[in-house]
Design a binder for this molecule. Structure first.
Ligand SMILES: Nc1nc2c(c(=O)[nH]1)N[C@H]1C(S)=C(S)[C@@H](COP(=O)(O)OP(=O)(O)OC[C@H]3O[C@@H](n4cnc5c(=O)[nH]c(N)nc54)[C@H](O)[C@@H]3O)O[C@H]1N2
Ligand SMILES: Nc1nc2c(c(=O)[nH]1)N[C@H]1C(S)=C(S)[C@@H](COP(=O)(O)OP(=O)(O)OC[C@H]3O[C@@H](n4cnc5c(=O)[nH]c(N)nc54)[C@H](O)[C@@H]3O)O[C@H]1N2
Ligand code: SF4
Ligand SMILES: [Mo]
Length: 696
C-alpha cells in the first residue's frame, strides 16, 4: 500500500490525528496505524490535498532506508565521510565536555549555534543556547523573511513587521492585488485556489516577476523586470503616483515623515528612465501605478525572499511597501493589514539574557538587524571564524546545517575545517553531516510531541503517532539531555516536555487535559486587528509616523530615504565584468515537490523534478547552441555549477534561473557572493549575480 491510499477499516488498528511537517505548514492529517507502524495518511485540509504532493511521500520519508537511526561519530579526518555508531551517552558526553571546556577557556560566546528552516524546535534550541550563555543563536531566517520584516519595521514599526506574513491571503474587500514576486502555486499552494476564484470575481492582479509564472499569466498586468531592480521600479511607480496626485493627501500629511524629500527624490526616477533600468515598458509602469492607486482598496503581497535577496534588498523593499502606504491602503479592509496574531504564550527562549552577553556574531556589521530582530546574523559566521574578531569562534552546533544554504560554498567549507567541534542534528546524511564530528539523528513529526500555535489562534497538541524509528530522539529530548550534561537540566524541566507546554500555554488558561481531549485543536479567540489602529496610538516608529525618512537608518549612518542602488554586479554597474559574465542570475524559485534541500531522496517526489534545471531564454540559448536537455556549465567569478538546460521564453532574455539547494556540483550558491551583503540586513544577493553559461 502506498501512503496516499486510505486503508480499509479492517486493515488498521487505529487512526490518530496528526500534522504534516514536510514544510512548516502543519497541514492536518489522519494517520492509520497497524502493529505500531504508520501504514497510511489522509490529508484533512481540502485546500492542499490535490495541490501539494509532499504529504503523500511522508511515510516514505519516515521509513526511508537511509534515514539516520543512531548517533554517529566521525572516524579519521573531518570531512572524510567515515563514521562509527556510538551511544547517545557517548555522543552527548563528548559534546558536553567540549562545550564546558570552551566555556571555561574562551567563554560561551566561542560557540555558535545555528538552526535551519524548521520552526518547531527553535524555542527549545534557543533556550539551550542562551541557557549555556552564548549570544550566538543564528537561524535560516538570516536569509529568509527577516530583511522584509526589517523593511516593514523601519517604515511602520515592529507590529507591522509581519505585514509580509499576512499579505498572502486574498481579502474579499479588495479590488486590486499587486503580487511583487511570487509564483503562488508552488510556494504557497494553500492560497492558489483563492487566487483563481478572486480572478473570476474580478479582482485585478498585477504581477512583478522576471519570469512569466502561471500566476503572471493570469494577472491583468505583468511587469517583467530585471532581477534586483525592484527599488527602481517601486520609485518609478511612486514617481507616477506623486506627480499625478494619486496619493492620499490626508494620510501623507498626518502620518508620514519625509514625504517632501521622497517627492524630490522620485524625480530622479521618471518612468522612461526606470524602463531603461528595469526593462519594464514605460506604459506598463504608468498603468500599474494608476491601477493600484485608483482601483482601491489595493493590497501588495511581497515575498519572503525575492525582493530581499539583493545587496539593496531592505531599501528596495522599503520603497515597495510605501506604495500601499502612500495610496491609503494601510490598515483598511482590502488593503495591507497587520497579521492576525497567535494565542498569547510565555516565551521560553531566554532571549532577554542577550543584553547581559557580549555582542553576537554579525552585530558589529549589521547592528540594526541584530538589535531589532534579536537574532545573530548567520551569514557572518564564516567571517568571524576566520578573523576571530571580536573573539574566536571554535564550535558550531547545528540543527539542520545545510552547506548549500550559504553563499560561496567554497569559502564556507574551507572555514568550517578550522573549528574544534562541528555537530549536526538531522534526519538524513547531507553534505553538511558528512563534514561533522558528530551527527545526531532526530525523530520526525510522527514520532514527537508538537505544540502548534497558529496565527489566528488555533492551538494543537500533536502527539506522537508511532514510536521513534531506530534510536532517534525528538529534538526536545536531545536538548534536554545535553542541558543536563551542561549543568542546566532544570531549564528543560528535567526532560518533561509537558511541563514546558504547560508553561508556554499559561497565559491562555487552556490546560493540557483540555488540549489532549481535542486533538483537532482549540481555537483561542484572539483580538481582531482594528481598522486604522494607528489612529489611537500612532505607529511604533520613533516618530510615531510612517517613516519614509527612517530615523533609525539615519542614526546608523545609512541613507534615510529608500534609495535605489544597482546590484554591485550588473550589466549597468559593472559593464566590464558583464562582458565576461553577461547573464543575470536569479536562484531559488520554489518547486512544489521539494522543501529547499529536502526530499530529493524520495522517489515519488524526485521523479517530478529529477534534475537541477537552468532556465534560459531561447535567444540566449541559441547563441550558445544550447537546447533543452543539454548539460550546461554556469559560472561566475566564484566558481562553476552544472545543470540541465530548460530553454523557455517564460524568462526575460538576458536572465537565467537556477534552483537552490541542489547538492555538490549543482549547488547554485557556489556562484553567489558572500562578501558583499546587504549592508543593513546582511542578506546575500541570491537573486542578482552575474554569470555565463556554456554547453558541456
Ligand atoms: N514547495 C515549496 N514551497 C515553499 C518553499 C519550498 O522550499 N518549497 N519554501 C518556503 C520559503 S522558506 C519561502 S522564503 C517561500 C518563498 O516564497 P516566494 O518568494 O513566493 O517563492 P516563489 O513562488 O518561488 O516566488 C519567487 C518569485 O520571485 C521571482 N524573482 C526572482 N528574482 C526576482 C527579483 O529580483 N525581483 C522580483 N521582483 N522577483 C524575482 C521568481 O521568478 C519567482 O517567481 O516559499 C515557501 N514555500
Ligand atoms: N540561492 C538561494 N539560496 C537560498 C534561497 C534562495 O532562494 N536562493 N532561499 C533562502 C531561504 S528563503 C531559505 S528559507 C533557506 C532554506 O534553507 P535551509 O534552512 O537550509 O532549508 P532546508 O533544506 O529545508 O533545511 C536544512 C536542513 O534541515 C533539516 N531539517 C528539517 N527539519 C528539521 C528539524 O525539525 N530539525 C532539524 N534538526 N533539522 C531539520 C533538513 O533535513 C535539511 O537537511 O535557503 C536560503 N537560501
Ligand atoms: S508539505 Fe504540503 S502537505 Fe505538508 S505541511 Fe507543507 S504544504 Fe502541507
Ligand atoms: Mo525562506
Amino acid at each position: 500500500m502506498t501512503s496516499k491510499e486510505i486503508p480499509e477499516t479492517s486493515e488498521y488498528d487505529k487512526a490518530v490525528l496528526g500534522a504534516c511537517y514536510m514544510c512548516d505548514s502543519y497541514c492536518p492529517t489522519k494517520i492509520f496505524i497497524k502493529d505500531g507502524k504508520a501504514i497510511g495518511v489522509e490529508m484533512l485540509d481540502d485546500k492542499i490535498r490535490g495541490l501539494c504532493p509532499r504529504w503523500k511521500a511522508q511515510l516514505d520519508f519516515v521509513y526511508h532506508k537511509e534515514r539516520l537511526q543512531y548517533p554517529l561519530r566521525k572516524v579519521g579526518e573531518r570531512g572524510a565521510g567515515k563514521f562509527e555508531r556510538v551511544s547517545w551517552d557517548e555522543a552527548l558526553g563528548a559534546i558536553a565536555d567540549k562545550l564546558l571546556e570552551l566555556k571555561e577557556t574562551l567563554g560561551p560566546e566561542s560557540v555558535a549555534w545555528y538552526i535551519a528552516y524548521t520552526k518547531e524546535p527553535r524555542p527549545y534550541f534557543r533556550r539551550l543556547v542562551h541557557g549555556y550563555g552564548s549570544p550566538n543563536y543564528t537561524t535560516e531566517t538570516s536569509s529568509c523573511f527577516s530583511a522584509g520584516w526589517l523593511a516593514a519595521t523601519l517604515n511602520f514599526g515592529k507590529e507591522y513587521g509581519y505585514l509580509l506574513g499576512n499579505s498572502r491571503a486574498i481579502d474579499p474587500a479588495g479590488k486590486t492585488m499587486m503580487v511583487w514576486s511570487s509564483g503562488v502555486r508552488e510556494s504557497s499552494p494553500h492560497y492558489w485556489n483563492d487566487y483563481l476564484e478572486a480572478k473570476k470575481r474580478g479582482l485585478k492582479f498585477i504581477a512583478v516577476d522576471p519570469r512569466r509564472t502561471r500566476f503572471a499569466q493570469m494577472a491583468d498586468l505583468h511587469l517583467q523586470l530585471r532581477p534586483g531592480t525592484d527599488g527602481a521600479l517601486a520609485l518609478g511607480m511612486l514617481n507616477v503616483i506623486i506627480n499625478n496626485n494619486l496619493y492620499d493627501t490626508d494620510f501623507v500629511t498626518k502620518w508620514t515623515t519625509g514625504f517632501n524629500e521622497l517627492a524630490e527624490y522620485v524625480q530622479e526616477f521618471p518612468p522612461e528612465k526606470v524602463s531603461k533600468i528595469t526593462r519594464v515598458p514605460e506604459d506598463l509602469i504608468i498603468e500599474a501605478a494608476f491601477l493600484f492607486a485608483k482601483n482601491k482598496p489595493s493590497k501588495i503581497r511581497t515575498s519572503p525572499g525575492a525582493t530581499i535577496h539583493h545587496q539593496n534588498g531592505v531599501q528596495n523593499t522599503r520603497a515597495i511597501l510605501l506604495i500601499p502606504a502612500l495610496t491609503g491602503n494601510i490598515e483598511v479592509p482590502g488593503g495591507n493589514r497587520i497579521s492576525p496574531v497567535a494565542a498569547p504564550s510565555n516565551n521560553i527562549t531566554l532571549k532577554e539574557k542577550l543584553s547581559e552577553m557580549p555582542p553576537g556574531i554579525g552585530s558589529q556589521r549589521f547592528p540594526i538587524f541584530t538589535n531589532l530582530f534579536e537574532e545573530m546574523q548567520a551569514n557572518s559566521i564564516v567571517d568571524q571564524i576566520i578573523s576571530s574578531d571580536p573573539y574566536p569562534v571554535k564550535a558550531l552546533i547545528a540543527a539542520g546545517l545545510n552547506l548549500q544554504f550559504f553563499a560561496n560554498y567554497s569559502r564556507l567549507t574551507k572555514t568550517l575545517k578550522k573549528l574544534d567541534l562541528l555537530v549536526n542534528i538531522d534526519y538524513f546524511h547531507t553534505p553538511a553531516t558528512m563534514t561533522s564530528d558528530f551527527v545526531l539523528p532526530i525523530s520526525t513529526w510522527l514520532e514527537r510531541d508538537i505544540l502548534v500555535m497558529k496565527p489566528g489562534g488555533l492551538i494543537r497538541w500533536v502527539k506522537p503517532a508511532i514510536e521513534p524509528v531506530g534510536e532517534t530522539w525528538p529534538e526536545w529530548k536531545i536538548y534536554a539531555e545535553l542541558a543536563k550534561r551542561l549543568g542546566i537540566g532544570e531549564l528543560f524541566y528535567d526532560g518533561d516536555i509537558t511541563k514546558c507546554f504547560e508553561y508556554i500555554l499559561e497565559p491562555t488558561g487552556i490546560t493540557l487535559d483540555e488540549l489532549s481531549a481535542k486533538p483537532e485543536g482549540i481555537l483561542y479567540t484572539v483580538e481582531k486587528t482594528k481598522v486604522k489602529q494607528y489612529e489611537g496610538s500612532g505607529f511604533s516608529t520613533p516618530s510615531g509616523k510612517v517613516e519614509i525618512w527612517s530615523s533609525i537608518l539615519e542614526e546608523n549612518g545609512y541613507d534615510p530615504l529608500p534609495t535605489y542602488k544597482e546590484p554591485l554586479e550588473s550589466p549597468l554597474s559593472t559593464p566590464d565584468l558583464a562582458r565576461r559574465y553577461p547573464l543575470v542570475l536569479t536562484t531559488g524559485v520554489r518547486t512544489i515537490s521539494y522543501t529547499h534541500s529536502q526530499h530529493r531522496k524520495l522517489a515519488k517526489l524526485r521523479s517530478m523534478v529529477p534534475d537541477p534545471l537552468l532556465e534560459i531564454h531561447p535567444d540566449d540559448a541559441s547563441v550558445r547552441r544550447i537546447r533543452t536537455g543539454d548539460n550546461v556549465m554556469v559560472f561566475s567569478p566564484r566558481g562553476e555549477v552544472f545543470a540541465k538546460a530548460n530553454v523557455t521564453d517564460i524568462i526575460l532574455p538576458g536572465v537565467v534561473h537556477l534552483p537552490h539547494h541542489w547538492p555538490f556540483e549543482a549547488n547554485a550558491n557556489i556562484l553567489c557572493d558572500d562578501i558583499n551583503l546587504d549592508p543593513i540586513s546582511g542578506f546575500p544577493a541570491f537573486k542578482s549575480q552575474l554569470c555565463q553559461v556554456r554547453k558541456q
